[in-house]
Write a protein that binds this ligand. Structure first.
Ligand code: GLY
Length: 341
């Protein structure tokens, strides 16, 4: 197991790469820990949970809401947990988000860590400290920025991951390549999903590279005033259509990235849309979609990246170089209306 520590402004996160669930005992005190997971992960790996106090919730984005948080808090009270308890989220992005959020508010803050079990959680959701819940159609409308104490990678857990979840995670990997890492983009162009699924060392290295890329960006700008904004590439439009059309997060982001490439062609001289679209398709992700442009714009206006009458939109100058442009809402509305179907 390889250990790397990332110091953030308020806390540090220990990353354990190439580890396994069974090593959790060596990282934290089992008696002072509660695990949080969902029914799918629990049923797929029930033996691993033996001996751990575990709260199991229903799986899916539909449960990333305040009433689930209330249920978890009731169970933490029933378990007579105290401020020395560590809460460990074991699951995909919904679980890491809820675990981090509950840990921030319960008794004004518990320590927390993650064993991410999906590709998306390994490269994105577990890293960065933004954790929260959805409110109606609005994704992640309520939440906190607070760093986990540790993140443990156990890629053997991916064996039970359905193909659609592999595809879902590749959207965030392609996003990282687009905004920051042209060499990784070339690696992705040279491979496909089945290559990574067959080669544990190759996927482990790709997951570590992505988690570290994100951790470095967050380290530079934890509270998202500059470079961290780049991580929102594909997410402004993506979030506006995700819950509305019940899309998987990676699908929504892939569609958001496709259209962000078109907007980049208009506003930042980007000339490689075809290359990005090809790589998204190569990993089984959707690109163009016939969605209600007006409804998407109305939801998008409420995005957290809006500042008064302008939206901070992430565009590309070239593959590997993302930029943030402030676009007046009146101009953005016209651009969204005119996007190709
Ligand atoms: N938890 C995901 C992030 O901070 O971006």
């Amino acid at each position: 197991m390889q250990h790397k520590k990332y110091k953030f402004s308020t806390a540090a996160t220990d990353f354990y790469f190439g580890g396994s669930f069974s090593q959790l005992k060596t990282i934290i005190d089992q008696k002072a820990t509660v695990l949080l997971t969902d029914e799918n992960v629990f049923n797929a790996h029930s033996k691993k949970f033996k001996g751990w106090r575990t709260i199991v919730i229903k799986a899916g984005e539909a449960y990333k809401i305040q009433s689930t948080v209330d249920d978890i808090i009731d169970q933490l009270i029933d378990l007579e947990t105290d401020r020395k308890t560590t809460l460990v989220g074991i699951g995909g992005g919904v679980i890491t988000d809820i675990a981090g959020y509950v840990a921030a508010v319960y008794m004004r803050g518990l320590k927390f860590g993650f064993i991410p079990t999906s590709l998306l959680a390994l490269v994105d959701a577990s890293v960065g400290g933004k954790n929260g819940i959805d409110v109606g159609m609005y994704k992640n409308m309520v939440g906190v920025i607070r760093q986990p104490s540790f993140i443990l990678h156990d890629i053997s857990l991916l064996k039970s991951l359905p193909d659609k979840e592999w595809i879902n995670g590749f959207a965030e990997i392609i996003k990282h390549a687009c905004i920051k890492d042209a060499a990784m983009f070339r690696e992705l162009e040279a491979n496909d999903l089945s290559v990574y699924q067959k080669k544990p060392k190759l996927i482990a290295a790709l997951l570590q590279r992505n988690a570290q890329l994100k951790a470095k960006v967050v380290q530079e700008d934890e509270f998202e005033t500059s470079v961290r904004r780049l991580l929102n590439f594909g997410h402004t439009l993506g979030h506006a259509i995700e819950n509305q059309y019940a899309l998987m997060h990676g699908h929504a982001v892939a569609i958001g990235m496709t259209y962000a490439c078109h907007i980049s062609a208009q506003l930042s001289g980007f000339k490689q849309t075809d290359r990005v679209v090809k790589v998204l398709e190569q990993y089984g992700l959707p690109t163009y979609m016939s969605f209600d442009r007006q409804l998407a714009f109305d939801l998008l206006k409420m995005d957290k990246k809006r500042e008064k009458k302008e939206m901070n939109y992430v565009l590309l100058e070239k593959v590997g170089k993302g930029v943030v442009k402030s676009i007046p809402l009146v101009q953005l509305e016209k651009i969204i209306q005119a996007l190709p179907k």
